[in-house]
Design a binder for this molecule. Structure first.
Ligand code: ZN
Length: 344
């Protein structure tokens, strides 16, 4: 079982100062993978800078130039919570190129699965707008490249970040070759991701939103994986699965109000790996999105790799949620989503 990872110190040079999305996140992950000896079990994949033509598959060319110009002038804030520093443009090119390279390595058989440990993150970035800490939509760009370069007909994207991946949804809203499934806290930033958003035109039904009430934890997430994500994935028969892996639904993450544990993340990854093995020769590409508690992030990324490697045990140093919020009842929500998407 060859599992690859993408990392490069260029990702640390996207300097956001005291912002929650900062270089310490990747440093914590890498140092934990080194300390635990897990890094030696992984195959390093060198990222490259994405080409403008690749970025343009998802973004407006003027927008791409704008990010470059802001960086060249030393940086600035593009919105209230999305910053650019002098080296951010280059880091962002390598973040997109990192996920592209991870996808190529999986498609070419260099590795069976891979996790791109990149920043800035990507899933909020839209055609012409940076938002939610994201500049370029790394995973959407890699998905479009894979569709074009490997002539794939069906790619599944699973986005389990606590926020809705509005940029990714928009990139494929009218594209029936990509099934986008998102679990997210709702209502919450960025405001999109209701059950009624299901895709448009010939792509009707290829966006599946699972908006979860605050307080949801391992049990609720596993229920929606089993009842919605698994049957929808089996019906779609993807040839490749990409995952927007955000760990900000953990109970100790301060950005949101969900109650997932590290063990819960590992169980979700195990289900996704099962789908990959069953449906597309294990071809999985993970891309790092959110997750702002450094201990949680390090332990969760390690647990993700453990699951991809087929290791049977994981470490969950933080344990289960102290349950500050009552678990919501999601029975009706699941029933509605199944009706909308004709899932038995
Ligand atoms: Zn997030």
């Amino acid at each position: 079982m060859k599992v690859g990872y993408v990392y490069d110190p260029i990702y640390l040079k996207h300097d956001t100062g005291q912002h929650v999305e900062n270089a310490k996140r990747l440093k914590a992950i890498i140092s934990h993978l080194e300390k635990t000896g897990l890094k030696q079990q992984l195959i390093p994949i060198r990222p490259r800078a994405a080409a403008i033509e690749e970025l343009s598959l998802v973004h407006d060319e003027q927008y791409i130039s704008h990010i470059r110009d802001v960086a060249q002038k030393g940086g600035g804030w593009l919105d209230a919570d999305t910053g650019v520093s002098a080296d951010s443009y280059e880091a962002a090119l390598y973040a997109a190129g990192g996920v592209i390279r991870a996808t190529e390595a999986v498609m070419n058989g260099e590795v069976s699965s891979a996790f791109a440990l990149v920043r800035p993150p990507g899933h909020h970035a839209t055609y012409e707008r940076a938002m939610g800490f994201c500049l370029f939509n790394n995973l959407a760009i890699a998905t479009k490249c894979a569709l074009a370069n490997y002539k794939l007909e069906r790619i599944l994207i699973v986005d389990f970040d606590v926020h809705h991946g509005n940029g990714t949804q928009a990139a494929f809203y009218g594209n029936p070759r990509v099934l986008y499934i998102s679990t997210h806290e709702y209502p919450f930033y960025p405001g999109t991701g209701s059950i009624e958003e299901t895709g448009s035109g010939i792509a009707e039904g290829t966006t599946i939103n699972i908006p979860l009430p605050a307080g949801g934890g391992d049990a609720e997430y596993l229920e929606v994986f089993e009842q919605i994500i698994v049957p929808a994935a089996i019906r779609f028969r993807p040839q490749l699965i990409l995952v927007s892996a955000g760990y900000d639904s953990h109970w100790a993450d301060e950005l949101a109000l969900m109650q997932v544990s590290v063990t819960g993340f590992a169980q979700m990854v195990k289900i996704i790996k099962g789908l990959g093995d069953e449906l597309c020769d294990g071809r999985l590409v993970f891309s790092l999105e959110g997750g702002y508690n450094l201990r949680v992030l390090a332990a969760s990324v390690k647990a993700t790799f453990d699951m991809l490697l087929g290791n049977t045990t994981i470490e969950d140093p933080l344990g289960q949620s102290p349950r500050r919020l009552e678990a919501p009842n999601i029975t009706l929500l699941i029933k509605k989503i199944k009706e909308i998407h004709n899932l038995a």
